[in-house]
Write a protein that binds this ligand. Structure first.
Ligand SMILES: [Ca+2]
Length: 510
């Protein structure tokens, strides 16, 4: 294993310029690091403490020399970060290799709570309870529930990266809606009528019937998409997260999989009807998120469920060619009993853990505390004050031209992915982020629970739900098969999983 880790790290090293030893039992390499100091191995006392910190920010390139954000962190905390960033595409495999090596880092962002539990059980992680009073901003901003999620055997083993549950919007073509003289839909019927008009009333005005009401990206998740495209419709029947392993509390007090919620059947019947009417883009079943994006640019559809910045991203690209394009956001339409819901995403995104061998846990606490202060959040997410952004006298934050020049790497050192800056800084994406906070959501009743069955069965079960639901929309599988689908879901590990999360739920809510 050690040899494998060495090969891996050597490979990482090749793609970076230069290298730096951070002393002690460190890996001696990184894909991004603090400014090199050639005399560091014989560093005199008083030099900064160095932490090897494994973290990759999806969607951002490594920052260029001289790593101004790492410099700012060092100035503020006295801690030099040696950021080790395996590629996101193989992050899970590569951290497993790192964890099995003898060249252990000090801090690691794990990719799942279940791996945190595994490593804590093996004794690989350091409990953090004694560091909490050194991190008041963390304690103030992270919920008790999130810390419970990050605990094992009564000890806290991670500081979580927290996500607001409000992350989704229903993006729609407001210019089409206005042109056709329609109002923003309130009910499922209104929503249907909008999709129908977007399909058959030539909203793009080219005289041809070449548009669809709604599209989606069930063929592969990617930027700007979600896997189950019609969640605003199932949400109108009170069901979200069916394809994401969500649970709801049943009348019997037990947790049940949303995938087998009897109300889904009504929603699937509606969707199948809409598909037959031709108002759903038939490409939805095979498209990836980026393909859906291209189709949006080609005026092929007028509505889609997107991640919070979807509408603004589409619009920002399209107005360059056609300034009349106007994408906006709405929440889910109201169903028969008045319910409207989008999926509330799970609260804990990733656990950030300290390894048992870390010689300077107080340095971890310092950096973590800084990352949760206002200036720390702004710096790690938006860059340097006065260079990349400014705070004006009215208290608002604005980016400076240099921010745009650095936008490909600006979040590369956002160790905790705090979203507070995203909701403050005035960029074209802000509107969508603020919009997503407005809609009704339903969250996962088993949010943060980790069970053996989840690890064993969830990937296959979630994929089975997505495929089955999509085929029920197109009619390839009759919606009447819903009950037999539920039985199959439960027989293939779903029941075991539900029993395990119910046990946790009852122990925490008794
Ligand atoms: Ca047309």
């Amino acid at each position: 294993m050690k040899k494998l880790a060495a090969i891996l790290l050597a490979a990482l090293l090749l793609v970076t310029a230069g290298c730096q030893s951070s002393g002690g039992s460190n890996s001696g390499s990184s894909s991004s690091k603090a400014p090199a100091n050639s005399s560091e191995q014989t560093a005199p006392t008083g030099d900064p403490v160095v932490l090897d910190w494994v973290f990759t920010k999806a969607g951002f390139d490594a920052s260029p020399e001289p790593h101004v954000i790492l410099q700012a962190i060092e100035e503020a905390t006295g801690v030099r970060l040696n950021q080790i960033s395996p590629p996101m595409a193989s992050y899970g495999e590569q951290i497993a290799v790192l964890m099995a090596s003898t060249d252990l880092p000090d801090v690691i962002k794990l990719n799942t709570i279940s791996s945190m539990v595994d490593y804590a059980e093996q004794g690989a992680l350091r409990p953090l309870d004694d560091l909490m009073d050194q991190m008041p901003s963390v304690v103030a901003s992270v919920s008790e529930k999130a810390f419970t999620t990050c605990s094992f055997n009564g000890s806290i083993y991670a500081v979580p990266c927290i996500t607001s549950s409000h992350r989704l919007n229903v993006a729609y073509r407001k210019d089409w809606l206005d042109k056709l003289g329609l109002k923003v839909p309130e009910t499922l019927d209104d929503f249907h009528d909008m999709l129908y008009a977007f399909t058959y009333n030539d909203p793009d005005g080219d005289g041809e019937q070449n548009t669809y009401g709604i599209s989606g990206a069930a063929g592969g998740s990617s930027v700007g998409s979600t896997s189950w495209p019609f969640e605003m419709v199932t949400g109108a029947y009170g069901v979200v997260g069916a394809c994401n392993g969500y649970f709801y509390v049943g009348d019997d007090g037990n947790l049940h999989p949303q995938a087998t919620n009897p109300s889904v059947k009504d929603a699937l019947e509606v969707l199948n009807q809409w598909y037959q009417e031709g108002i759903i883009d038939p490409e939805f079943i095979v498209m990836s998120g980026s393909e859906m994006q291209q189709r949006a640019y080609a005026n092929a559809f007028g509505v889609a469920l997107t991640w919070w910045t979807g509408a603004q991203s589409y619009e920002n690209n399209m107005i360059k060619l056609d300034p009349t394009v106007d994408w906006a956001d709405m929440g889910g339409p109201k169903g028969p009993d008045g319910t409207s819901a989008l999926r509330g995403v799970n609260e804990v995104d990733y656990p950030v853990c300290v390894l048992y061998n870390c010689e300077h846990p107080e340095a971890f606490a310092k950096v973590t505390e800084y990352c949760h202060t206002e200036i720390g959040m702004m710096t790690t997410y938006s860059g340097i004050e006065g260079v990349h952004w400014e705070k004006r006298s009215d208290g608002t934050y604005h980016t400076l031209p240099e921010f745009d020049n650095c936008s490909n790497w600006i979040q590369f050192h956002a160790l905790y992915q705090n979203e507070w800056p995203l909701l403050q800084v005035q960029t074209y994406l802000l509107e969508g982020r603020l919009d997503s906070q407005k809609w009704d959501i339903i969250t996962n009743a088993a949010d943060g629970y980790v069970t053996e069955s989840e690890v064993k069965y969830s990937a296959d079960l979630n994929s089975m739900v997505l495929q089955t639901f999509c085929k029920m929309v197109t009619g390839e599988i009759p919606v009447d098969n819903f009950e037999s689908f539920c039985q199959e879901y439960l027989n293939n590990g779903g029941q075991e999983w539900a029993d395990e999360v119910t046990t946790i739920y009852k122990s925490r809510n008794s």
